[in-house]
Design a protein around this ligand. Sequence first.
Ligand SMILES: NC(=O)c1ccc[n+]([C@@H]2O[C@H](COP(=O)([O-])OP(=O)(O)OC[C@H]3O[C@@H](n4cnc5c(N)ncnc54)[C@H](O)[C@@H]3O)[C@@H](O)[C@H]2O)c1
Ligand SMILES: O=P(O)(O)OC[C@H](O)CO
Length: 334
Amino acid sequence: MGNKIAVLGAGSWGTAFSIVLADAGNDVCIWARREEVAAAINERHENVDYLSGIELPRRITATHDPERALAGADVVVLAVPSQSLRDNLPTFLPHVEKDAVLVSLMKGVELGTLKRMSEVIAEVGDVGASRIAVVSGPNLAREIARREPAASVVACADEDVATMLQHRLHSPAFRPYTSVDVLGCEYGGAYKNVVALCVGMAVGQGFGDNTTASLITRGLAETARLAMNLGANPLTLMGLAGLGDLVATCSSPLSRNRTFGEKLGQGMTVEEIYASTRQVAEGAKSCSSLRALAARTGVDAPIVDAVDEVVQGRLTTSQLMDAFISRDTKAELS
Ligand SMILES: NC(=O)c1ccc[n+]([C@@H]2O[C@H](COP(=O)([O-])OP(=O)(O)OC[C@H]3O[C@@H](n4cnc5c(N)ncnc54)[C@H](O)[C@@H]3O)[C@@H](O)[C@H]2O)c1
Ligand SMILES: O=P(O)(O)OC[C@H](O)CO
C-alpha cells in the first residue's frame, strides 16, 4: 500500500483535516454523502457547503462511493456526526483494507448506549484497540484550513501506531502529540462541547469574561471528575484534548457549539436553531448522554445537567445562571 488515506465525511472538519493530511504528503480520498459535494471537490477544488473560499490541494479527491474511497487506504479517518456513526459503519467496513487503522475525529458520546466513538467502532467493526485511534485538540476547522498553526493529540492504545500516525499527520502548520489515553481524549472532546454550549448561553445573555471564565474552569473540573472516574489520565484533561480544546471552543465565535448556546441565550428555540444550520453541534445531543453517564457513574455534573435541561426545554437560559449560583456552596477542590 502507498500513502493513501480515506476520509469518511465531507463536512468542515473532514475537509479541513484532509488539507492537513495532504500538506503532510498523503494522497487523500474523501467520501461525501452527497454526490454533488464530491463533484465540486473534484472539479472546483472547493467544498462550497462546508468550507467555502478555501482552495483544496490537488492531492485531495472525493467520491460518493465508499468502496472507491477506501480502496488501498491504510489509514481510514472517520468524520461523520457522532450520532450517525453506528448507522454508517456497515456501509464503510466491508471496504476497509485488512489491518487499516481507523482514526476517529468525532467528539460525541452515543445516545442510549453511552459509548465513546472508539467503543462504537470496536463493537460494530470487531476491531482491536491497536487499530483504533483518536485525534482531538483545539482544532477549529476554518483556522486549520487557513493553515494557522495548531497542535493536537493523536491517541491510540498502541503507542507505535500513535507514532506512525503522528508522522502521517505532521504538516508545516499542524503539530500532533502522541498519547495512549484514548478515553481521556474522547471525554475531553465530547465534554467541552457541552461546556461551550453553556458559555454561549451566558454570552447570549450579555454576560462577560468573569462569567465565561468561571464556567470554563468549573467545566474543566466537571470534565476531569467524570473522565478520571472512568479511567482517564488527569494530565490528559490538562492538555490539548482537555483544557486546550475547551478554551478554543468556548472562546471562539467559529465554534458551532458556542454559537448554538449563544442563540439559545438570545431567545431562539432549539428547533429554530436546527432549522437555521446544516452543521452539527455535537453538544446538543451529547449533553443527554454525558448526563446519563455521570448519573450512572455517581458523579456530580451540574453543567451537563443544566445544559440538558435547557436543550430539553425544561429550563430557560435566564434560569440557568441562577441555578448555578444558588446551588449549595462547597469547597473548590471537592
Ligand atoms: N468542525 C470542527 O472544527 C471540528 C473540529 C474537530 C472535531 N470535529 C468533530 O468532527 C465531527 C464531524 O464534524 P464536522 O465539523 O465535519 O461537521 P459538519 O456539520 O461540518 O459536517 C458533517 C458532515 O457529515 C455529513 N452528515 C450529516 N448527517 C450524516 C449522516 N446521518 N450520515 C453520514 N453523514 C452525515 C454531512 O453531510 C457533512 O458532510 C464532529 O464529531 C465534530 O465534533 C469538528
Ligand atoms: O465548532 P465546534 O463547536 O464543533 O468545535 C470545533 C472543534 O471541536 C474545536 O476543536
